[in-house]
Design a protein around this ligand. Structure first.
Ligand SMILES: [Cu+2]
Length: 97
C-alpha cells in the first residue's frame, strides 16, 4: 500500500528531474534569419542531442509566433527544438548571455 506522502514525494522527484532535463536540453545557436511571414527561423546550431543532429545551419518552424519577436539576425541564442508533425520546431528560445 502506497501512502499519499510517498506518492507526493515521487511526483515531486519526477517534476524536479524533468525540470533539470529540460534546462540542460538547451542548445547553442546563432540566428541567421528571422522570417516572420513564413513563421520560420534560420539558426546556425551546435549539436542537438535530443534530435541526434550534428551542428549545422538550418530552417526551423517555431511553436509560437511570439518567439520570432524576441530575436534578430546575428543574435546568439539558447534554444530547444523538437520534431513536431515531422517538422523541426523551436519550442523554447532565449538570448544567450
Ligand atoms: Cu540541424
Amino acid at each position: 500500500m502506497i501512502d499519499i506522502r510517498t506518492a507526493l514525494a515521487a511526483i515531486v522527484a519526477a517534476l524536479t528531474l524533468s525540470g533539470l532535463a529540460s534546462a540542460s536540453d538547451l542548445a547553442e545557436g546563432e540566428v541567421r534569419k528571422v522570417d516572420k511571414e513564413g513563421k520560420k527561423l534560420t539558426l546556425k546550431h551546435g549539436p542537438l542531442k535530443n534530435l541526434d543532429m550534428p551542428g549545422m545551419t538550418m530552417v526551423f518552424q517555431v511553436k509560437e509566433d511570439a518567439l520570432l519577436d524576441k530575436v534578430q539576425a546575428g543574435d546568439k541564442v539558447r534554444f530547444q527544438a523538437e520534431k513536431i508533425d515531422g517538422k523541426f520546431t523551436v519550442i523554447r528560445l532565449e538570448a544567450a548571455r
